[in-house]
Structure formats: C-alpha cells, structure tokens
Design a protein around this ligand. Structure first.
Ligand code: DAH
Length: 358
C-alpha cells in the first residue's frame, strides 16, 4: 500500500472500530513489526538518498498520526465501556425491597417451653424418654398387665415382630441400712414387644430405675394413639408427665404445685377440682378439672394420682419407704386453651394460614 492510502484506510478503519479488540487488530495491521508502516520502512532501502529521507520523514509522521488516532479511539471506547457498565450496575434505591420471611416456633413448642420454665423454677428437672417404647415400660411396669381391660384405654401402634429387650434391673445398690431398693430378682419381669408409646408415664419407671429419690421431674414428649381423629383426638399429641417422690409427698403437695403451675401458666387464679378417677399406675387417682371464671364451665385438664406401689416395685424402689405423686397433662390441650384453638388437628396440619398466627 502506498503511504497515502495507508493513512486514508487507517483513518477510516479506526473510526469504524466497534471495540477494543477490533482496535487492537488495527494496531497490529498498521503499526506492528510486520504492519503496513513497517513495510514502508523496509522499502526505503531501494530508494535514493533523497527519496529515502523524504519518504522516511512522511512515514514517521504517518506512524505518529496513526498512533495518535488509535490512542484517542481507545480512550473513546474505554469511556463508552465504562458508561455501559455504570448503566448496567445502576440500582434503583426507591424500588420497594424484597420481603423475606423468617420462620418461628410452633405453638406447641412455645407452650412446651413455657411450661418447662415454670416447672424448672419450682425445682423440677426436665427428663426425656424414647418415643419407641417396650411393652414393659408402657404397660406392665405401670401396672397394666396383658389382658387387663385398662389396656383398652391406650390402643396404640405395635411394631412387627418381637424384640429381645433385656429385663430392666435395679441398677443402684442399696446405700443405707434401710432396704430402699429391691434386688434384681425381686423385679424379674419382662416384656419384649415394641410399640409407639401411648403416654409419657413409662419415663417414670425408666427414671426411678436409675435415680434414687427424692426426685422431681417433668417429662415432655410425643405420644401416639391408634384412634379415629376428630377435633379433640389425634394419632399423635404431646404430653407432659410430672413425678415427685420423697418419703412424705402427699396429694396436698400435688394440689399446691399444680395450682401454682396453672396460676402462672394462665396468668390468673384458677379454680381446680380433684375428681376421683382411675388409673392403674396411681392409687388414689384423680382427674383435675379447671375453671377460669366463677360459674364458668369446668374443663377436664389432666390425670394424676399417688404413685402406685406396683410402679415403685417395677422401678426397683421399695414402696414401703417412698411415696409420691404423678400427673400427665396434654400439652396440646394447654395450647388449645391458651390460644383458643378448637381443633387439635390444626397443630399437625402444616397449614401456614394457621401457623402464621403465632
Ligand atoms: N398417662 C395418662 C394418660 O396418658 C395420664 C396420667 C394420669 C399420667 C395419671 C399420670 C397420672 O402420671 O398419675 O392418659
């Protein structure tokens, strides 16, 4: 190419370059070692001194011109790029934010935590037991032998097959002179079938096997019943078991504790009524009804009683030396009263319209 044409072409092409990559190509085309300008310099050796000087000077100035054009164009393109980037990254600070939802505790969890706090403040320890229980702990140890009609009160889900469960043995040696604990032979009963526990009462026995009185525990946990569901029955629900054992624990102590609990939970004075009732693992047994307003309706709330001697025996404790009370209250029941929920099934429905209200 002639120098003149080179200049014209370069100007045209540089002007047209759309991006830095294209510009770079043009730099190579005109200014690199093998580029158009370099070709001109190479051709100088064939010229006369005068022509060489003349063309050399022109080529040099063309080179500078092209360099300058590329430099300018490069700046221009970079500026364009920067503007595009800013445009893309622009944020509209006036746009409404995205609302993100956080989870929260389930009403049953809320109630359970609150109930545990109250009992802890009264010196009770929180103890847990297995949801998958043996027939022994769920029934026999609680004085509900096979074929006893009371078993009908707790229809449950049995697991297939028979599991070999070692017979629970008294694990704490007698320390004092008194015969506070029965020997392993005296508690030699067993049962091997597995089931989903129908109540939290089995934990009474599990705990007393391993701990000497005096003791004060509460046991929250999920229970199961094989029954048709309706507004007040579910196949699963939560209970809280209470147990207090010492040498002289009486029904009066029970009444005082439960009244204090109810007063704190409902944050008002509660009238309670102990009705005689029957549970195989307590003697005597009561049903506790509560009333929140004078002349209001009595609501049945929990079962309780004095621990049956057979239960102490099953746990390896000498019933002649110990006495205590036990109670079982439905946490769902408490939650329904607290939040005015009229259908227990709502707690397990996973329905967000319900859950979002807590
Ligand atoms: N376990 C009983 C039930 O589920 C409730 C109960 C009643 C527990 C009396 C107790 C008690 O500890 O003394 O129906």
């Amino acid at each position: 190419m002639e120098l003149k044409t080179i200049k014209i072409e370069a100007r045209k092409e540089i002007k047209r370059a759309k991006n830095l990559k294209e510009l770079d190509e043009l730099f190579k085309k005109y200014l690199s070692k093998k580029g158009e300008i370099a070709q001109i310099f190479k051709s100088l050796k064939n010229l006369s001194e005068r022509e060489r000087k003349e063309l050399g000077r022109k080529a040099n100035s063309a080179k500078r011109e092209i360099e300058e054009m590329i430099r300018k164009k490069s700046k221009e393109l970079q500026e364009k790029l920067r503007k595009q980037k800013i445009e893309k990254e622009k944020i509209d600070v006036t746009r409404p934010g995205k609302k993100f939802t956080t989870g929260h505790l389930h009403p049953l969890t809320l109630v359970q935590r609150e109930v545990l706090e109250i009992f802890k403040s009264m010196g009770f320890s929180v103890v847990l037991g297995p949801e998958l229980e043996t027939e022994w702990y769920n029934f026999d140890a609680l004085n509900i032998p096979k074929d006893h009609p009371a078993r009908d009160m707790w229809d449950t889900f049995w697991l297939q097959g028979n599991q070999k469960i070692p017979n629970p043995k008294s694990q704490i040696p007698n320390k004092s002179q008194k015969n506070l604990r029965l020997s392993a032979e005296q508690t030699n009963l067993k049962s091997e079938r597995l089931l989903l526990r129908t109540h939290t009462s089995p934990v009474q026995v599990r705990y007393m096997e391993k701990h000497n009185p005096p003791l004060r525990i509460v046991v929250p946990g999920r229970c199961f019943r094989h029954e048709a569901t309706d507004a007040s029955h579910e196949i699963q629900f939560y209970q809280l078991e209470g147990l207090m054992v010492d040498e002289n624990v009486s029904a009066a102590n029970f009444r005082a504790i439960i009244e204090e609990f109810l007063r704190r939970f409902f944050k008002q004075n509660i009238e309670i009524c102990l009705r005689p009732s029957y549970f195989p693992f307590t003697e005597p047994s009561f049903e506790i009804d509560i009333r929140r307003e004078k002349k209001g309706k009595w609501t049945e709330l929990l079962g309780a009683g004095m621990v049956h001697p057979k239960v102490f025996e099953a746990a390896g404790l000498n019933p002649k030396e110990w006495q205590g009370f036990a109670f079982g209250v439905g946490l769902d029941r408490l939650a329904m009263l607290r939040y005015k929920v009229n259908d227990i099934r709502l707690f397990y429905s996973g329905d967000l319209r319900f859950l979002k209200q807590f």
